[in-house]
Design a protein around this ligand. Structure first.
Ligand code: CP
Length: 291
């Protein structure tokens, strides 16, 4: 048993093991994992919340869905005290999404496994692993690949986890987006390049949602202006390598970071990412429960 809070904690061997286990589940392996799990989402979610639930059902786990809006959080109960309560009720694993980048740090010694389902602008390790699974299914390796991560880099927990993990796995990482969505600290994981170069030389074109809910001010460009300068337009898609794939963690702002017609085009793997999320989250829960 253990925590799953950050991709930095994972070795390349552990990543490959999780990908292998997720692929085994996708091929039909059936397994029962004993455990009582609570899902605690302090930020909204469609994919992560429900794919964790689906993974838990498939593994035969006992599930509690902690509803923030109807719980004592509304009376001021802290995350720590809610989790202390879950522990007392007999829960052994908590899947948590929270707006604080480091929410999990004070929770590590409570005797309950923490699975990070997204922390503020910090990290989104389960999304990153399902993205690695999707890339591995397509190309069978990471070392020969150039991956462009394009968009609102600074507010994206997916971007942070993916640039770290891709670099650790040997891929070349290109970072693209407006200067005001870029941070020099990211240069330890990738090169900051212009979008036209990135589109033409990348094997994976990973678009990011513009995260308006995390911006202090209004968007600095119009939706049309952003699409023209930094979006995956139909014109840019034509200049991608023929074998290159399009990814996006979703939800998608259609016609902002990606043209509507490209979301389900033949090069897009966006729906497959969602499908793979169930299998990768089964592998993560198995690993957390069984150590
Ligand atoms: N990709 C992702 O985390 O989506 P949700 O916010 O819908 O979970």
């Amino acid at each position: 048993m253990g925590h799953f809070v950050n991709v930095e904690d994972l070795s390349s061997n552990q990543v490959m093991h999780l990908i292998d286990r997720a692929i085994a589940y996708k091929k039909g392996e059936v397994k029962h994992v004993t455990g009582h799990v609570v899902n605690m989402f302090y930020e909204n979610s469609t994919r992560t919340k429900h794919s964790f639930e689906m993974a838990q059902y498939r593994l035969g786990m006992h599930i509690i869905n902690f509803e923030v809006q109807t719980s004592s959080v509304q009376k001021g109960e802290s995350l720590y005290d809610s989790l202390l309560t879950m522990k007392a009720l007999g829960v052994d694993t908590a899947v948590i999404r929270h707006f604080d980048d480091n929410y999990y740090e004070p929770l590590m010694n409570l005797g309950i496994n923490i699975v990070n389902a997204g922390s503020g602008c910090g990290s989104h390790p389960s999304q990153s692993l399902l993205d690695m699974m999707t890339i591995y299914e397509e190309f069978g390796n990471f070392e020969t690949l150039t991956v462009a991560i394009i968009g609102d880099l600074v507010h994206s927990r997916v971007a942070h986890s993916n640039m770290q993990l891709l670099k650790a796995l040997g891929a070349r990482v290109l970072l693209v987006g407006p200067k005001w969505y870029f941070n020099e600290r990211m240069l330890q994981w990738g090169e900051y390049v212009d979008i036209e170069t990135a589109i033409e030389i990348s094997d994976v074109v990973m678009m990011l949602r513009v995260q308006l809910e995390r911006h202090d001010d209004v968007m600095l460009m119009s939706a049309e202006g952003y699409h023209e300068s930094y979006g995956l337009s139909l014109e840019r898609q034509k200049r991608m390598k023929p074998h290159a794939i399009i990814m996006h963690p979703a939800p998608v702002n259609r016609n902002v970071e990606i043209a509507d017609a490209l979301v389900e085009c033949s090069q897009s793997r966006i729906v497959r990412q969602m499908e793979n999320g169930v299998y990768m989250r089964m592998a993560i829960l198995e690993s957390v429960m069984e150590g």
